[in-house]
Design a protein around this ligand. Structure first.
Ligand SMILES: Cc1ncc(COP(=O)(O)O)c(C=O)c1O
Length: 401
C-alpha cells in the first residue's frame, strides 16, 4: 500500500486552473491499487466500494489458508479480532466495546432485542431518514410492546430541533442515521444525542453512509450505540458489520438475539447455561464471518493509513465539484447543497426509471447507484476532479437536460 506522505501531492491529477489543492496523499499511487479504474469510474461507494489489491490479497490469504490448512481456527479467530480492533481504532473505541456481526440489520436487531418494552418507557423515536432495514427491525418489536415514532424528513433533510418535541420520558431509544442514504445529508448527531441523553434515552447511530469518509469519534459524539458495515466507504465486502456499545452500558444489556459467541467462554459448550460476555462480545452471535473479516480489516486499514481527516478534505473537494458542476449543467440536486452538511454522495433527481439511468451510466464507464427518484454519485479518496466532470457530462447526456 502507498505510504502516507507529508504535504500535498499534485501528481498531475489536479489542474492548476481548478484552484483546488490536491489531497495530502499520493493520489496516483493509490489509484494504482484499484484495478477497476482501468475500465470504470467507480462512483458507487454509497452502495459498494471497489476492490483494491489489498482487499483481494486478504481474500486470497483466507482462501489459501483454507486450502492449505483445512482449518485453522486460531489464525482465523485472530483475524476476526484484528478486524474488531481495526474498527475500534477508527471510531476511537476499545475492542471490548465492539461486537462483530453480519449486517447493520443484525446489529440493530441485537440492540433492540436487548430493550424492555413492557414498561412505560417503550418508545423508539427514529429519524425518517433511517435505512429501511433499521425501521423494519424497530417495527417488528411492536409485538413486544414497542411504539415507533418517526421524525419526518422535510425537503431531503432533518433538523435536530425536529427531534426535541418527540423525545420524552417514554423514549427508550433514539435512532438517527449519521447520514441519509438517499442524498448524503448528515444529521447533527451531537445535538440529537444531547436531547436523547437529557430525557434518559439511549442514542443509536447507523454510520454506514459516513464511516470511512470523515473522522468519527464515538466519545466526542457521545453516542451509546453505533453500527456500520464494511462494504461501502470502509472498502470491504458484504456480510460483516460492527456494533459499538458504550462500555458502561454493556452490563445492562442482554440481547435476545444471541448465540454461543456471546458467552463468557464459547468453548465450554454448555447449552443449558446462558452467561454473558462482560464485553460487547455479548452481541456476537454464531460463528463469526471469518472470510469477510479478512477483507474488512484490509479495507479499514486503507482508511486508517490515508487518515479519515485527509479523506474528508479531498472528498469534500470532489463533492463541491460534483454539486457545482451538476447545477451548472442544469441538473437538480436532491436535498442539501451545503457541502459541510453532507457525505461525498450527491443525489441528482431524475424523472422516469432511475435504474435504467444507472445501467446507461455503466455503459458509459461510470458506476453509480440509483435510489428511488435519484441517481447517486458517490466518490471516494481515489477519485479525481476530472472524473466528476466526466460523470456529470455522461449524466447530462443521458438525461438530456
Ligand atoms: C445507512 C444504511 N444502513 C444500512 C444499510 C443496510 O445494511 P445491511 O444490509 O448491512 O443490513 C444500508 C445500505 O445498504 C445503508 O445505506
Amino acid at each position: 500500500m502507498p505510504r502516507y506522505v507529508e504535504g500535498r501531492m499534485n501528481t498531475g491529477y489536479i489542474p492548476q486552473s481548478s484552484g483546488v489543492s490536491g489531497p495530502t496523499f499520493d493520489l496516483g499511487a493509490w489509484r494504482s491499487e484499484i484495478p477497476i479504474l482501468d475500465s470504470y469510474i467507480p462512483l458507487n461507494n454509497c452502495s459498494h466500494a471497489p476492490q483494491t489489491r489489498a482487499t483481494l490479497a486478504a481474500a486470497e490469504e483466507y482462501l489459501s489458508s483454507w486450502n492449505r490448512d483445512g482449518m485453522n481456527w486460531e489464525v482465523w479467530m485472530a483475524e476476526v479480532e484484528a478486524a474488531r480492533a481495526a474498527f475500534a481504532r477508527l471510531i476511537n473505541a476499545s475492542p471490548d466495546e465492539v461486537a462483530v456481526t453480519t449486517s447493520v440489520s443484525a446489529a440493530t436487531a441485537s440492540i433492540v432485542s436487548a430493550l424492555d418494552f413492557t414498561g412505560s418507557r417503550n418508545r423508539i423515536v427514529a429519524s425518517g431518514a433511517e435505512f429501511p432495514t433499521v425501521g423494519h427491525v424497530f417495527l417488528s418489536h411492536c409485538k413486544y410492546g414497542a411504539e415507533v415514532e418517526w421524525v419526518p424528513v422535510s425537503e431531503g433533510i432533518i433538523d435536530a430541533a425536529a427531534f426535541e418535541p418527540m423525545i420524552d420520558e417514554k423514549t427508550a431509544l433514539v435512532s438517527a442515521c449519521h447520514a441519509y442514504y438517499q442524498n448524503g445529508f448528515k444529521l447533527d448527531i451531537e445535538a440529537i444525542g444531547e436531547i436523547a441523553r437529557g430525557n434518559g434515552a439511549l442514542m443509536y447511530v447507523d454510520a454506514y453512509q459516513t464511516l470511512g469518509t470523515c473522522p468519527i469519534d464515538v466519545k466526542k459524539l457521545d453516542v451509546d450505540l453505533l453500527s456500520c458495515g464494511s462494504q461501502k466507504y470502509l472498502m470491504g465486502v458484504p456480510g460483516i458489520a460492527f456494533l459499538y456499545v458504550r462500555d458502561d452500558l454493556i452490563e445492562s444489556l442482554q440481547p435476545a438475539v444471541t448465540g454461543w459467541f456471546g458467552r463468557q467462554n464459547p468453548f465450554v459448550f454448555e447449552a443449558q447455561r446462558l452467561d454473558w460476555s462482560s464485553t460487547a462480545r455479548r452481541f456476537d452471535t454464531g460463528t463469526p464471518p471469518v472470510f469477510n473479516a479478512y477483507v474488512a480489516r484490509a479495507g479499514m486499514e486503507i482508511i486508517e493509513s490515508l487518515g479519515p481527516a485527509a479523506i474528508h478534505e479531498w472528498t469534500r473537494a470532489l463533492s463541491t465539484r460534483l454539486m457545482a458542476g451538476g447545477l451548472e449543467r442544469g441538473l437538480t440536486v436532491h436535498g442539501v447543497q451545503d457541502v459541510t452538511k453532507k457525505t461525498p454522495s450527491t443525489a441528482f433527481v431524475c424523472t422516469g426509471d432511475t435504474h435504467s439511468v444507472e445501467v446507461r451510466l455503466r455503459a458509459k464507464g461510470i458506476l453509480s447507484s440509483a435510489r428511488g427518484p435519484v441517481i447517486r454519485l458517490a466518490p471516494h479518496f481515489y477519485n479525481t476532479l476530472d472524473e466528476m466532470d466526466t460523470a456529470l457530462d455522461a449524466l447530462t447526456d443521458i438525461l438530456q437536460v
